[in-house]
Design a protein around this ligand. Sequence first.
Ligand code: SF4
Ligand code: SF4
Length: 349
Amino acid sequence: MIFKVTAKNELKKLFENLAAHNRVVGPVQIGENKNGKPLYAFEDVHEFSDLRLDYTTTRLPAKRFFLPFEENLATFKIEDGNWEKTVDYNVEQPVVFFGLHPCDINALNKLDKVLMHSVYPMPYYVAKRKNMFIVGIDCIPQPHCFCRSMGSDTALTGFDLFITDIGDKYFIEILTDTAFNFLRYLKIEEPNDKDHVKYMKSHEKKSKKFTANVDTNDLTKILDLEFQSGVWEQWGGKCLGCGSCSHVCPTCYCYGVEETVDIDLKGAKKTKKLHSCTLIDFAEVAGGHNFRPHRNDRLKYRYYHKHRGFVEAFEESLCVGCGRCGETCLAGITVPEVIASVRGNGRKK
Ligand code: SF4
Ligand code: SF4
């Protein structure tokens, strides 16, 4: 990794050069909540002044740009008894993500493990992922963030360059050749001792701001032990089975495939739609049998996949601690509270 510093007003040049030939997606303000606090979302950005690099969090992750809710996998044309299949990976142009927080970069790293580097890679995801340029930016922990507990409060890989605000300058971490090439448009300098100290201090300051946490020590073992625990029924009794937690989760990738045939039988298409393990039909199979008809079993499955099964397969959890699920859940179900209750020291309602 290479480190540089630059004056804050130089960043605009980086944006403009990246935006000249690429689609840029970044955090923008889309309104205010009822308490007057700004609401942010990842959207296409055309002007540097529209970017809100000081954003707190977005309700939806950037997932829709590389793992869309609905995507055509293939279309078919049928004529004179012959059929032709067309596959499109739906990549129109390279996308620059300008201003991803460490949790969202780490979420991408986890998705890569399953969708890019596993035995069965998903070409639709791989094609989009290979056409990305990522500018990460450090964040200020919010009350619902527990990324520190999940080891996702900093990003070591998965970005091209990463920016930290050290007061009068930006401290830049450079990970790829492409990023280094783009930096030639900016006035950059080697960081001096003072910059190093400011960088370390900014991390120290950030660590002190976390209020939410999850005790992950021996968690897989504890989940094994507590598989039959009554807490799952208690949380399941609150869960509405709405699927919102998966919808806002940057690491949820489960999907279903639907095939539809045109009424004139001359065409057909295969469509992928993101699904949620908390929805009632997630584990329903042909013949109508449902392996998890009860909400408590489905909610439990979500936690066991993220915090146990994925750890067994990839040696890390499938949760980055962004807290979006808890912020979105109408029943007020949050990961820190559920895990604490499984450990026997949290709320059990
Ligand atoms: S945990 Fe919350 S968001 Fe998730 S399905 Fe249940 S009620 Fe919906
Ligand atoms: S499970 Fe919740 S806290 Fe964990 S990554 Fe998904 S949305 Fe974020």
